[in-house]
Write a new protein. Structure first.
Lengths: 380, 232
């Protein structure tokens, strides 16, 4: 502690340079935490899904639909204990700038199958009763200022026209990664409006035992193999993961950009430390003459580098941790449950330590190894 | 036994391909409580001798002992610790740390000791009082005159009560008035506090303040002159 004054005085020598260096580190770690959080959020989303739920989609791709008639045949398979279906709607609200997921579901079976959505009993009943009702995530309530009982009109994109729903119920997910910004409405109403086309975007199949999943999935796909719409069935987790893998390259890109940013800042910080130490060659010689040992001078310069790196880290990582919840960030609906995980803070802290070592080591060693007589010539 | 014993010291430097011999068998004693001026032309080895006594440099051959300690045989780590408690060094260009106040500059050597904050405070105040700068404790070097800066440097040199004070051209950058003040202060430190002082100078007036003057030329001691007691 008795050297604190000396360390602070040295840090305050060029206040602007010190502040800019700390802000550079803070910005780098803020970006690092943000980019890494995209990756960890995607990874968390990929882990979602009940062990007893399978998802059946069109084998050609998720954008192709399946006949609604498949439902009864799937339901009849041994081991299948429940079935629901849904359709991506893709409606737009307002100017369309605020995207949120909206899809039609077979409401009764869907809600039964997803106990993860917490809904007030009276609202649940109201939604199930109301053919043109909608169930919305609580974020939408905040985002658009909607109220329960209010009518909301979506502009159909895939299925044209104005679609008006009554907000009957609000759900809160028991896991933030599930997201709380979707709007779901009755498939029955959807089917009626599109002229009884009898289509389902995907089926959700509840099974008796997770151990039977591969066998039941195979039975479903075998059943429709030679039909006009062959199916692809997998666990819900695989289904979620397939969305996450669509982001695969983005995740890689984010990680790469994150590392590049950190490396760039490392160079900035190292440069600042080198300049600071070089400017003080004479002072280091004086301190050595006074009796400061090589080891002590090494430690003092490392502490200076550490103070800058760790202050920057605290600002950057702490800032990221506080900033995103404050603005209720969810990546326009693509990153539900976005948060800066503890693991990101730990990795960020290690990056800061690495920054400290990398930026302080060279000037600290240089100061420690500086021959006094040679340095004194610099002084005199 | 002399406080500083220099025995058969050789010191040479390599400059490019040329070997420069500074000392070739220098032997010298400096007594405790003495005030010695080292004079001589540039390149005569005055500053090198000061560096050898302070343990900032090592002789190529021979021994340097200060207060019985074999300085020339210590490791860098031992030397740093030894210097902290035994050497008070003053430079021509003051060399105060610009980011520290006069008080903090004077406190530097005490940070290396086990003294408590209160003890350090007492010692720093006393040192600043001795050099007549108690009222300038909170001033930064840029807020002090040259003479005040050098007196602060002297306070830093005496604060840890070192065995010997070494001053390299302490009046070289001062005007006549400030020089006289600094020299008077050194004389007082020697007379009243029995500090052993070795001063390197080109200035004959400065040397006159010393009790002993040594003349070096090309690394050889060519004259040793003791001042007449009572004259200075």
């Amino acid at each position: 502690m008795k050297y604190l004054g000396l360390v602070l005085a040295n840090l305050g020598r060029h206040k602007l340079r010190t502040i800019l260096t700390i802000l550079s580190v803070a910005l780098a770690l803020f970006l690092f935490a943000s980019l890494r959080s995209v990756t960890t959020t995607l990874a968390a989303t990929a882990q979602l899904g009940g062990a007893r739920r399978l998802v059946t989609t069109n084998a050609t791709g998720i954008v192709f639909v399946l006949p609604l008639a498949y439902g009864n045949r799937i339901k009849a398979l041994p081991g299948v204990t429940g079935l629901s279906w849904a359709n991506w709607f893709g409606g737009r609200y307002g100017d369309g700038k605020s995207f949120f997921a909206n899809f039609a579901v077979d409401a009764e079976s869907y809600l039964k199958m997803y106990p993860e959505f917490i809904i007030a009993d009276d609202q649940r009943a109201a939604f199930l009763r109301d053919r043109t009702g909608a169930l919305i995530g609580k974020r939408l309530l905040r985002q658009f200022g909607w109220k329960v009982g209010q009518n909301v009109t979506l502009q159909g994109t895939i299925f044209p026209g104005e679609w008006t729903f009554t907000v009957d119920a609000v759900y809160t997910p028991n896991d933030p990664s599930l997201g709380d910004d979707a709007l779901v409405f009755h498939h029955e109403y959807f089917d009626e409006r599109i002229g009884r086309a009898g289509i389902a975007g995907w089926y959700i199949v509840e099974i008796d035992d997770p151990a039977h999943a591969p066998q039941i999935a195979k039975s479903i796909d075998d059943m429709f193999r030679n039909s006009s719409a062959p199916t692809k069935t997998g666990t819900e987790k695989e289904f979620q993961a397939s969305f996450a893998t669509m982001w695969g390259n983005v995740s890689f890109l984010m990680s790469t950009i994150g590392l590049a940013v950190v490396f760039a800042i490392l160079l900035v910080t190292a440069n600042a430390m080198m300049m600071s130490a070089r400017e003080r060659t004479g002072e280091i010689a004086v301190l050595k003459t006074v009796g400061f040992s090589d080891r002590l001078l090494f430690a003092l310069i490392m502490v200076e580098a550490g103070a800058m790196a760790l202050t920057g880290a605290a600002l950057g990582l702490g800032g990221a941790k506080l900033f995103y919840p404050a603005i209720n960030f969810n990546g326009a609906g693509f990153l539900p449950g976005f948060k800066v995980a503890t693991s990101t803070l730990v990795v960020g802290g290690l990056v800061a330590l690495g920054l400290m070592l990398a930026s302080g080591l060279v000037p600290a060693l240089r100061a420690a190894r500086l021959p006094v007589v040679q340095a004194l010539r610099h002084v005199e | 036994m002399a406080l500083v014993e220099i025995r058969d010291v050789y010191k040479s430097f390599q400059r490019d391909t040329q070997k420069i011999d500074v000392f070739t068998g220098l032997t010298l004693d400096i007594e405790a409580g003495s005030f010695t001026a080292l004079m001589g032309p540039s390149g005569s080895g005055k500053s090198t001798l000061l560096n050898l006594i302070a343990g900032l440099d090592k002789p190529t051959r021979g021994t340097v002992r200060v207060g019985g300690a074999a300085v020339s045989e210590m490791s860098p780590g031992q030397l740093a610790a030894w210097r902290a408690s035994n050497i008070g060094f003053v430079f021509q260009s003051f060399n105060l740390l610009p980011v520290l106040t006069a008080y903090q500059n004077v406190e530097l050597p005490l940070l290396l000791t086990r003294l408590s904050g209160k003890e350090r405070n007492e010692r720093v105040k006393l040192a600043l009082e001795v050099v007549g700068l108690a009222d300038r404790a909170d001033h930064y070097p840029r807020q002090l005159s040259g003479g005040q800066e050098q007196r602060t440097a002297i306070a830093r040199a005496i604060v840890a009560d070192p065995t010997v004070m070494l001053l390299d051209e302490p009046t070289g950058q001062l005007d006549a008035k400030s020089s006289q003040e600094v020299l008077a202060l050194l004389q007082r430190l020697n007379n009243e506090f029995s500090k052993t002082i070795v001063i390197v100078t080109h200035d004959a007036h400065a040397a006159e303040r010393a009790k002993t003057t040594l003349h070096l030329e090309k690394g050889d001691l060519i004259e040793k002159r003791a001042a007449v007691a009572g004259v200075r």
